[in-house]
Design a protein around this ligand. Structure first.
Ligand code: GLN
Length: 308
């Protein structure tokens, strides 16, 4: 860098500066991270940065970029730095008050959509689905469901007021605020007084499920930046399921579904919790793209009496 004269920061130079800077802090994928941050500022795709490498950055752009890179060097997740993340093809606002939506959580959506399609194809579609999303966080599940399922009403709950404020913003951003009602409270508790017992078609949740032991092993991006309220699931990580699984039976219609995201290695524990409630039928465990058991799905069946 020349002394005295004004530095010229081209796209190329900015990227190589950022890559070197981040590498010094041992940030994995420093090149890609630098590209993500700069492309966000320049409102282009990552690959498009290389179409015009000599384009000069304005003072404002380079200052913002330097600020972003500094944050990343302290392990802040890119999504919090730029304030957004994509989920099911939609862009969601995220802050440190909400968990960053994960691609594997899209599986919950796929399962819910397939329940609806399957019922509709068997002539059971009634065009007015009542769906609940517990621990909604950024609202990524509730909003995507509201977008993807026609004629649905969504009830979304979260214990955190701050998270709900973000979820509401996301509902507005995607123009589904008329289809979702948000409630503050723990799991299904806010639904108590709404007259919804036995009326819900599908209950979805990506609840906190990280065990005490695993909390200590999380990468710094998660441990230091994501809300532990949204992550910590008690000593063995199963506390949320211990509440949701029995309580959901009160609200599900007969033939309604409970669809839960689960953590690595939790399938057996979650199956056991379901097995304590014979009103649930067979439990399906669905693997994510990495082959990890990621979703547990169970139907509220009519109670079958044992034949004598
Ligand atoms: N999937 C998140 C993680 O691995 C955990 C999300 C959750 O607890 N619901 O950190």
């Amino acid at each position: 860098m020349g002394q005295g004269g004004k530095d010229i920061w081209t796209i190329f130079k900015s990227l190589s500066w950022a890559e070197t800077y981040l590498k010094r802090f041992k940030i994995p994928n420093s090149k890609i991270d630098a590209e993500y941050l700069l492309s966000h500022i320049l409102k282009c795709k990552r690959q498009e940065l290389y179409l015009n490498p000599d384009r000069q950055l304005t003072d404002k752009e380079i200052n913002t970029f330097k600020g972003f890179v500094q944050k990343r060097s302290k392990r802040e997740p890119i999504q919090y730095i730029i304030g957004e993340e994509e989920f099911r093809g939609l862009v969601f606002k995220v802050t440190r008050d909400v968990l960053i939506p994960r691609p594997e959580t899209e599986l919950l959506l796929e399962e819910a959509v397939s329940v609806v399609k399957d019922k509709e194809s068997r002539g059971k579609g009634h065009g007015s689905w009542t769906i609940v999303d517990l621990c909604t966080g950024s609202g990524c599940i509730a909003v995507s469901i509201a977008k993807e399922i026609e004629g649905c009403r969504v009830y979304a709950t979260d214990i955190s007021e701050k998270a709900l404020a973000i979820a509401k913003e996301n509902a507005k951003r995607h123009r589904v605020e008329d289809k979702i009602i948000f409630f503050q409270g723990s799991f299904l508790e806010p639904l108590k007084k709404l007259g919804l017992k036995g009326k819900i078609d599908i209950i979805l949740s990506n609840p906190p499920y990280v065990s005490k032991k695993d909390m200590g092993k999380l990468q710094p991006e998660i441990k230091e930046y994501e809300p532990s309220l949204a992550l910590y699931g008690g000593e063995n990580g199963l506390d949320s399921y211990r509440t949701i699984i029995p309580d959901a039976l009160t609200y599900l219609k007969k033939d309604g579904y409970l669809i839960l995201e689960i953590g690595y290695g939790q399938a057996e524990g979650v199956k056991k919790l379901f097995a304590q409630h014979p009103a649930y039928g067979k439990i399906e465990i669905i693997k994510d793209l990495s082959g990890i058991e990621r979703v547990a799905k169970a139907r509220h069946e009519l109670f079958k009496h044992k034949q004598p």
